[in-house]
Design a protein around this ligand. Structure first.
Ligand code: ATP
Ligand code: MG
Length: 253
């Protein structure tokens, strides 16, 4: 395959949480490619290592020696989290992803100000760009307009998820990694968030790697990857497999 087609390549990646050489690694010589512009669902049972995989890609966890992670063709295994974000990775953790003590507006401003963090001296051009980005995000997430002045720790779980996701859409990323963005939401709110997500993804053409257990919401993805026993067990382009109970039994249960 032409390497430049992939935004992400994980090659022979092994990750453990302890130093015990004999323990079974969570990611075990894993190979995984994500093609540019695709939306990929990463699934697998609880504890199989999905969050571990995302944390490894963003740089929160260090893999064992010997493997490599390529981001847009560039080796990043030895690069810091900050450098990876700078290169164009965005990550939304399974829990959190917001500044709880700040207001919704300040959370959005923090994301908006990624290129000039908290600077008091914005150029006129930057001020215009900031306003445009803020107007855009409030156009995409109109319900945030009513709660801009609220502190995030006082919001419901669903509202927090929305703020966290809205912030991620403001960053100029090439790859958005979302760890269970709809967890804890009721069916209607989850559907709403997924619809918004789909619209944002379509408009931006960004690559998305999303972990979700809510399979019925994921019919719009391009590919389904299943993580099992430390490796990608299958990478399916036929997402109607999610309706196939034999397939689900084989790979998911
Ligand atoms: N900080 C940690 N220290 C030690 N072990 C951990 C840590 N975080 C996760 N693990 C272990 O690593 C394994 C994979 O965890 P991970 O959170 O990646 O799974 P997951 O697929 O995201 O699960 P879920 O669907 O429940 O979110 C689990 O066995 C878990 O107990
Ligand atoms: Mg997880």
């Amino acid at each position: 395959m032409d390497e430049s087609k992939n935004i992400l390549e994980m090659r022979n990646i092994t990750v453990t949480y302890d130093d015990d050489e004999d323990s079974i690694p969570i990611l075990n010589k894993l190979d995984f490619n994500v093609e540019k512009g695709k939306t990929v669902l990463l699934m697998g049972h609880n504890g199989c290592g999905k969050s571990t995989l995302l944390r490894t890609v963003i740089g929160l966890l260090k893999p064992h020696k010997g493997g490599e992670i390529l981001f847009d063709g560039e080796p990043v295994r030895k690069k810091s989290l900050e450098k990876r974000v700078h290169l164009g990775m965005t990550y939304l953790s399974q829990y959190g992803g917001v500044f709880p003590s700040l207001t919704v507006k300040d959370n959005l401003e923090a994301a908006n100000d990624y290129d000039n963090f908290w600077s008091l001296f914005l150029t006129k051009e930057k001020k215009i760009q900031h306003k445009e980005r803020m107007d855009k995000v409030l156009g995409t997430f109109p319900t945030l307009k009513d709660i801009l002045g609220k502190r995030v720790h006082k919001l419901s779980g669903g509202q927090k998820k929305l703020v966290a996701f809205a912030m991620r859409t403001m960053l100029p990323s090439k790859l958005i990694m979302l760890d269970e963005p709809t967890a804890g939401l009721d069916a209607a709110r989850a559907q709403e968030l997924m619809d918004t997500m789909q619209a944002v993804v379509k408009e931006s053409g960004k690559t998305v790697l999303i972990v979700e257990h809510r399979l019925n919401l994921m019919q719009w993805v391009d590919l389904v990857a299943v993580l099992r026993e430390g490796r990608i067990a299958t990478l399916e382009t036929d997402t109607s497999k999610l309706d196939d109970s034999d397939w689900l039994k084989k790979y998911y249960v």
